[in-house]
Ligand binder design. Structure first.
Ligand code: SAH
Ligand code: AVI
Length: 334
């Protein structure tokens, strides 16, 4: 499905949608498999219906969730240097969400006089529609071509790179950390395939540091992350006609030191029978049993640079906050 919206004062923006009602063919089969596994999991992609996107935006404002404001500050301080170095004409942003931090990148690109096109890519069509309209209005002359898709399946739907331009691909928010080791390697290789010589990849990665600070970021006082975690049940219920009570689960974040990652689980407060006719399954989660909903890996500089090297990219610059909690880095295809 493709939508073009026209308004008098801004260029039309476009949205191509490759996800329907939260599913895209392979997603339901994958969810059925992961729920029926001996240790059930749900992919974090199921966090992000409209309610989940709104809850994530509230997380980014929490005192405990330092990641967003730290990344924003790094982008504001360093993007002019990066834009002058790479000279991008288009920005492709994977997992773009509300695209708030994107403005720091677009501002720097605009100041070089080269900014031409923005391609936001996200699983949530609603959030792309909103950010596309806002950014098209804020940057007159900017072409905006959104893609609603799963970054595990639909990166091939990203429009062709302009022959005479330079592309910057951004993968921010440490969303890379939500993938397991093999998934991260595959993802960075796939992102590298979107680049031609002279193009660059910009990634934001949360760094391994004090576990107490990390755990607080996923277990905030007002309970917003708990609501975000439980919303995954509501979303899966809605798409697959399920009947589980989200409030029958406790939010259970953990620090896994061996794998250097936060894990978010939902722990059953009583025996739960969950019928999901849309997936053709029914499962029993006994009291105390858990469903893992997210891993959020915390990196070292060496790990990030190894990922670039394995994808055939050359690390170009590394920008880290003074507390060593978060980094934004750039790698180029030579
Ligand atoms: N980049 C933003 C948002 C990060 S939240 C920031 O840094 O604040 C993660 C974003 O990735 C959400 O907008 C979510 O909808 C999107 N996302 C999660 N899984 C996805 C998937 N499998 N494919 C495409 N987008 C996905
Ligand atoms: C999008 N992603 C990188 C966030 C994270 O920190 O792993 C999602 C999130 N989960 C709980 N809080 C925020």
């Amino acid at each position: 499905m493709s939508t073009t919206v026209r308004a008098a004062t801004v260029r039309p923006w476009r949205l191509d949608c490759h996800v329907a009602a939260g599913d895209d063919g392979g997603a339901a089969a994958e969810l059925r498999r992961s729920l029926m596994a001996p240790r059930p999991t749900i992919s974090p992609r199921w966090f992000y219906d409209d309610a989940g996107c709104a809850l994530f935006e509230r997380i980014t404002d929490l005192a405990e969730y330092y990641q967003t404001r730290t990344e924003q500050a790094l982008l504001e301080a360093r993007m002019h240097h990066v834009a002058a170095d790479v000279g991008p004409t288009e920005l492709v942003e994977i997992g773009s969400g509300a695209a708030t931090k994107t403005r720091a990148i677009l501002d720097a690109m605009s100041d070089t006089g080269l900014l031409d096109r923005y391609v936001p890519f996200d699983i949530s069509p609603g959030i792309i529609a909103r950010s596309a309209a806002e950014l098209a209005a804020a940057y007159p002359g900017l072409r905006v071509h959104g893609i609603a898709g799963d970054f595990g399946r639909h990166l091939g739907k990203i429009p062709r790179r302009p022959a005479d331009g330079t592309r910057l691909v951004a993968f921010l928010g440490s969303t890379l950390g939500n993938l397991d080791r093999a998934g991260r390697r595959t993802m960075v290789k796939r992102l590298a395939r979107l680049l031609k010589p002279g193009d660059a990849l910009l990634m934001g990665t949360d760094l391994a540091h004090d576990p107490a600070v990390l755990i607080r970021a996923y277990d905030d006082e007002p309970g917003v992350t708990a609501a975000f975690n439980r919303n995954i049940i509501r979303h899966v219920n809605r798409v697959f006609e399920g009947d589980a009570d989200p409030d029958a689960f406790a939010h259970a974040p953990r620090w896994n030191a061996r794998s250097s990652r936060i894990e978010m689980h939902l722990r059953a407060l009583r025996d739960i029978d969950w019928s999901l006719p849309g997936l053709d399954i029914a499962l029993r989660i006994p009291e105390g049993g858990t469903i893992r909903t997210e891993i959020s890996c915390k990196f070292t500089r060496g790990e990030v640079e190894d990922l670039y090297a394995q994808a055939g990219l050359t690390p170009r610059s590394w920008h880290e906050d003074a507390l060593g909690r978060y980094a934004v880095s750039v790698a180029v295809r030579a």
